[in-house]
Design a protein around this ligand. Sequence first.
Ligand SMILES: NC(=O)c1ccc[n+]([C@@H]2O[C@H](COP(=O)([O-])OP(=O)(O)OC[C@H]3O[C@@H](n4cnc5c(N)ncnc54)[C@H](O)[C@@H]3O)[C@@H](O)[C@H]2O)c1
Length: 244
Amino acid sequence: MRLEGRRALVTGAAGGIGAAIVQRLRRDGAVVASADQEGAPASGLDFSFPGDLTDPGYVDALPERAIEAMGGLDILVNNAGVMRRGPVTETSDDDFRLSVAVNVEAPFRLCRAAIPLIAAAGGGAIVNLASCWGVRPGPNHAVYCMTKAALASLTQCMARDHAGDGVRVNAVCPNEVDTPMLRTGFAIRGLDPADAIASLDASVPIGRIAQPEDIADVVAFLASDDARYVCGALLEVNGGKPVG
Ligand SMILES: NC(=O)c1ccc[n+]([C@@H]2O[C@H](COP(=O)([O-])OP(=O)(O)OC[C@H]3O[C@@H](n4cnc5c(N)ncnc54)[C@H](O)[C@@H]3O)[C@@H](O)[C@H]2O)c1
């Protein structure tokens, strides 16, 4: 129960990794509020604030609403994300705008609103979901990689700027994780998701791609006092597989 008494806000909580993060934080004793356009995940939640993270008014108000509901905020997890595929020559204006709005602008707005509130209450932790495909270039996902690189950089900059305020900021950088994001991507390309995942499994030195829980456990670690001296880290969680 290392998060007993902590209050957490998790975006994208209805998604594959988000639902696992919610479960893991709650198992560690935290009270959790979610923000997702899909509403609360089936796993159950303490508080839910459904909405669209591309709406600045909704995003700016979330930390205050979470504090009103939970009596405080100690942990912010910027997990929501979208993945639009393709090289820049096949990236539409809509792909670009949506990717920047969800993957970069929403975390920026949430951190900007939350950091002073967390600091004023004695400190806490922010964990961002970046990607291995943000710390190194990946093929055919130019704008997705760019947004994750931006989030990784924002993480490191905020960590330096706000460590002295008692706010630790870190990012988890997974490689492939078995979630709807990955599976729908295969389906869009006309591939059978189960076959595609089996061949991806064979490409990972540890023998399989990640399950959402493999990522959620690392998020919970970074959010906890076990990571009290970890600040500004871009923690790659990739089963030994580099971006190829
Ligand atoms: N799955 C992977 O292989 C992988 C690898 C590296 C990093 N990541 C990152 O991990 C995070 C979670 O990914 P996932 O695989 O669980 O994806 P997912 O598609 O299963 O879940 C993403 C969630 O974000 C929510 N969301 C998206 N746009 C939103 C919006 N405008 N407003 C509110 N909510 C919105 C969706 O409703 C969904 O519940 C993302 O940031 C993703 O980029 C995923």
